[in-house]
Design a protein around this ligand. Sequence first.
Ligand SMILES: Cc1ncc(COP(=O)(O)O)c(C=O)c1O
Length: 390
Amino acid sequence: MKDWSEIRSQFPITSRMIYLDAACIVPSPHCVVQAVSDFYRNLSENGEDRTALEGKIESVREKFAKLINATPDEVTLIKNTTEGLNIAANGIPLNAGDNVIITDLEHLNNVYPWLNLKERKGVEVRILKSRNGRLSLEDLKPIVDQRTRSLSISSVTFTGLKIDLKPFGQFCKEHDMYFVVDGIQGVGRLALDVRDCWVDILACGGHKGLMAGRGIGCLYVSKEIIDTLDVTFAGPPVDLRHEPVSTEFKQAEGAKKFDAGGANYSGVCALDAALSFLEKIGISNIEPYDLHLGQVLVDGLREIRGIRILSPIHPGESSGIVSITTQDNRQMAKILEANNIQVSCRGSGIRISPHFYNTEEEITTTINTVRESLEQMRSHQKPIWDSNSR
Ligand SMILES: Cc1ncc(COP(=O)(O)O)c(C=O)c1O
């Protein structure tokens, strides 16, 4: 399916505003709303159909596995990216004196799970520093030693840099380090092949590219390393959940060994519907469309005096998410909001993040609004809060 106007019609928000904040949250399409409302209607009228709902979990595992080129037994459910990264940080066998590496481009949610090891386990957290907004293998090599156990990195940073994961994954494999990926800004927007990139663990919350809202997400753990990971939160495998008390500790097979307690079934229904929708559109259609919108945005913005584009914009580095800075970012975001254009202020910039429900016309309107606002800010006039440019 590649009928972008039909796809756009699935997102009611598109008739209310120019929504360019996919990197914050992707609004759910109709099919997700329908799936969640069906779930609660069923619960209310018929009680819980556990068999059908457990079937939906299997369906999510299959679809997510297919999306990232994994197998269903390597996938389980989590409540958000941070939970998945904590499962990684606490599951990797670490001793006092070992070190783990994160980067200076990570969201804090990929920092705290590792910092938490410092006090508790005496593990050192090392930082791979970026240069000109980019990360390189050459800068990683000098901070790796015999005691380095892992590298944790985003597939797309929260400011929009797409990381070329493969060389980092290969390096980790060669140096016997776990390769952990925070996938939330990339999965569902850009293709990601965990086998090709040598990813050991990938955590991905459901509220961005997966379109399922908060409170549900997926964790991938490669079968190559799964047996080496410890379980922090233990729960009985689902088929033993109602057995009499026993002191025998049986773990579920595969990634399900990280499950503890009942699943978020409404989230599962949302994610299952969203993954079906994604599958129908096809990541091979979404990625070029998102990158194209990002390129139109960059081409227009770079012509405007007073704008600095912070995101790397070269092919292979761009994710379609564009961060910029102006003389007054807060003021600019306010003006955009007053013109019914939703973006976010993040770090030292304004983050503009289109997705496949946006049109090129919306991008052009946004560029024009930014240009006019800057002209007003420069001439110290009162900004036009209601632009005619839409
Ligand atoms: C790169 C990145 N990682 C993690 C998060 C947060 O993840 P979660 O809320 O799913 O734990 C965000 C933003 O929400 C993010 O941009």
